[in-house]
Each structure stands twice: as structure tokens, then as C-alpha cells.
Design a protein around this ligand. Structure first.
Ligand code: 5PN
Ligand code: ZN
Ligand code: ZN
Length: 268
């Protein structure tokens, strides 16, 4: 039995205004924040949670977010630092389908793919204010077709090799690896709990709480479909962390990210 290990794959950074990061609170001004993927080496296989952003997509559609991404910060580049290739990944989980979480999915046609059942439906028929968040559809031929953006379909992508297993609730996707539905930011946003053999669990908030301060203040990002659900999800995460003694890790907090171990370092 191999012990579970978690690697954080640095995916570069983006910029938002402080009023987007801390909705109706700010302060305003440019905030540069990290984007990363989570690789779980598990006895049942290698699970990759999220795939970062695609640099070309951001430059084309959201250049005002000022992407900085080196070759080592692309998904293939980050895996290479670990001596891995995309084909070594068995399962890709998307926490939700905002462009900064699914931009590298095209590298994993062979992998089993998992998302929350409401998230795929929402991406195919977003609210008007969600269109920018759900602007990179290359992860799914079905989404490209539903949105009339078939020009985004990557070479080699088919309906079959971009099909998702749809989950609901808080499913255990491998022993000690659980998705926790935390809607609000996105209708199907999922947080992630990983248990280890020899250390305390880690609870990844994903975008239910961009930063440590967000959770302390119960202050979500300005991007959301249901802010009331968003507050309830933050409370749910706080409660789970208290009950389990889990270490919290935040999705887009530069100050915290600088303290995290990045691949090739690992947790486990
Ligand atoms: C980083 C970022 N930028 C814009 C949007 C958006 O419109 O919805 C989600 C989102 C982001 O995560
Ligand atoms: Zn998001
Ligand atoms: Zn995000």
C-alpha cells in the first residue's frame, strides 16, 4: 500500500480588483493571486483536481487579468517537474468550470473525468453574468456545442473523450478523498477533503473561499450565482474543519500560497 501524497502544481497567477476578491468590501486595487492544481497520488490511482488556466485563452478573452505563467507552470510542464506526463493521470476532477480551473483539461482525453452534475448543466446554459467565468469551453465538446462555440473544440477532442461522470452531494471518490459540495460561487462548486495515513487531513476550500481572510469574514468573491448559498457553504467548511481538525488551504490567496509546499515537495 502506498501512502496518499498531495502535490500542489503551481499554475501561475492572475490579477483581479480587490472588490472582486472581497465582494462589497475591498479595498480596491490590483490583487495578484495564484492558480494551482492538486495532484493526489493514491493507492487507487493518480487523481488531478483542476487543471489551471490556458494562457492563450486568458490573453484572448480576459487579458485584463494579466496572466503570468512560465512553461513549468503549464499543466504538462508542472507534471514534468515530477517526472510525469499527462497520460500518467488516471482521473481528472474539476471543482467547477470557471476558466481558471479547467484550462488544461485538453491534455487528458484518456482520463476518467468527474464533476458535479449541476456544474456541467450550468456551464452549458449560464446566467448572463456568468459568461466570462464560463468562457473556456475546450474541456467539453458538449459544452462547446451547447454554447455554439465549436471553434473552441481542441484537436482530437470528442464527445466520448470529454464525457464526465456526474456526482452529487459529498461523494468519496477514492478512500479518504471526498468532494464536498459548496455551492454559491458556482452552482456545482466542490471543495476537497483529503485524509492521510500519517498527518492531519487537508480541506481545500476551492473557490468557496478565495482566501483565509474571506473565510474569517464570511466574505465571498463578487463572482457568484447564489451569495446566500455561498455564506452557508463557508459556514459548512468552517464546521467541517473544526470537527475534523483539518488544515485549510485556500484557492486564490497569494500570502497563504507562499507558505504552502509546492511540487516536487508534497504533503503526506
Ligand atoms: C479569476 C476569475 N476571473 C473572472 C471570473 C468570472 O467572471 O467568474 C469567475 C471568475 C474568475 O475566477
Ligand atoms: Zn471560480
Ligand atoms: Zn478560481
Amino acid at each position: 500500500m502506498t501512502d496518499t501524497k498531495v502535490y500542489l502544481l503551481d499554475g501561475g497567477s492572475l490579477v483581479l480588483d480587490g472588490y472582486h476578491v472581497f465582494w462589497n468590501k475591498g479595498p480596491g486595487g490590483e490583487v495578484r493571486f495564484p492558480v494551482y492544481s492538486i495532484l493526489i497520488e493514491h493507492a487507487e490511482g493518480r487523481i488531478l483536481v483542476d487543471t489551471g488556466y490556458d494562457f492563450d485563452h486568458v490573453m484572448k478573452v480576459l487579458p485584463f487579468e494579466k496572466p503570468i505563467q512560465s512553461k513549468d507552470q503549464t499543466i504538462p510542464g508542472a507534471l514534468k517537474l515530477l517526472g510525469l506526463e499527462p497520460k500518467d493521470i488516471d482521473v481528472v476532477v474539476n471543482s467547477h468550470f470557471h476558466f481558471d480551473h479547467c484550462g488544461g483539461n485538453r491534455y487528458f482525453p484518456h482520463a476518467k473525468k468527474i464533476c458535479h452534475k449541476q456544474e456541467l448543466a450550468q456551464t452549458c446554459a449560464p446566467e448572463p453574468f456568468e459568461v466570462l467565468g464560463y468562457s473556456d469551453l475546450a474541456f467539453s465538446v458538449e459544452a462547446c456545442e451547447a454554447r455554439g462555440m465549436t471553434d473552441q473544440i481542441p484537436e482530437g477532442a470528442t464527445r466520448e473523450n470529454t464525457t464526465f461522470e456526474l456526482v452529487d452531494g459529498d461523494p468519496e471518490i477514492a478512500k479518504g478523498v471526498r468532494l464536498i459540495h459548496t455551492p454559491g460561487h458556482a452552482i456545482g462548486n466542490c471543495s476537497l477533503m483529503v485524509e492521510f495515513q500519517k498527518r492531519k487531513p487537508i480541506l481545500f476550500t476551492i473557490d468557496a473561499s478565495y482566501t483565509k481572510k474571506s473565510l474569517e469574514l464570511l466574505c465571498q468573491a463578487s463572482f457568484h450565482i447564489d451569495p446566500v448559498a455561498g455564506v452557508a457553504s463557508m459556514k459548512k467548511l468552517k464546521k467541517i474543519a473544526e470537527e475534523t481538525g483539518a488544515e485549510l488551504m485556500f484557492s486564490h490567496d497569494m500570502e497563504q500560497f507562499e507558505t504552502y509546499k509546492k511540487a516536487p515537495g508534497f504533503y503526506g
